[in-house]
Design a protein around this ligand. Sequence first.
Ligand code: HEM
Length: 207
Amino acid sequence: MKTPELQRYRDAERMNHWLVVLLFALAALSGLAFFHPSLYFLSAALGGGVWARILHPFIGAAMFCSFLGLFVRLWRENVVNAADREWLRRSPVLLQGDKAVMPPVGKYNAGQKVVFWLLAACLLTLFVTGVMFWQPWFANAFPIALRRVAVLLHAVAAVGLILTVIVHVYAAIWVKGTLRAMTRGTVSATWARQNHAQWYQETTRKP
Ligand code: HEM
C-alpha cells in the first residue's frame, strides 16, 4: 500500500533552492579555477579564463541574493533551541545508526540547523569580502591592506562553503527519502514520523 505524502516545500521554495545550487556550482567551478593553476581548466565551465573572471563576481552576487530568498523563508524554522542542544549532545549515537535514542525533532534537526547557519555565514562573508576586491567596480574604495585581508577571508569562506555543501548533500542522500523533499516537494508520512516526529505531528494536526 502507498504511504500518504506530506508537503515539505512549495514550488517557489524548490525553484529558489535549485537556482542557488546552479549558481553555487558555477561560482565554485570558476572560483576554484582561480585558486590554483592545476584547477584552471575548470574555467572552461564559463567559457574560459576571461569570461570566468568577468562572470564569477556577478554569479557570486546572484547566488548571495537568491540564498537570501531561501534565508528569509526558512530562518525562523532554523533557530537553535534547548532541544537542539540535547540533540547535538546525543548525535554521536545517531552516527552509529541508532535513531531511537534521539529526541523528537521539528522541521529541521540540530545538524541541519547548524548547516543552515554555516551556509549563511559563509555566503555573507563571501559576498562582503568579494565586493571589497571586485575590480573595477568597488575595489578602489578600500585600502590595499584591507583588500588583502578580504582576499584571504574570501578563500577561507569559500573552502568552508564547499565543505558545508558536501556535508549537506551527503546528509540529504544518507537519510533515505530526503531528496524527494526538494525534487517533488513531498515526503512520505513514514519518513516524517521517523526523522521529524514533532513536525509530523504539527503537519498532520492541521485542518
Ligand atoms: C546537489 C546539491 C544539493 C542537493 C542534492 C540538496 C538537497 C537538499 C534537500 C533534499 C533538502 C531538503 C532537506 C529537508 O527538508 O530535510 C535541502 C534543503 C536545503 N538546502 Fe540543499 N541541496 C543541495 C545544494 C545546496 C546548496 C549549494 C545550498 C546553499 C548554498 C543549499 C541550501 C539548502 C537550504 C538552506 C535548505 C533548507 C534546509 C534548512 O533550512 O535547514 N543546498 N537541500
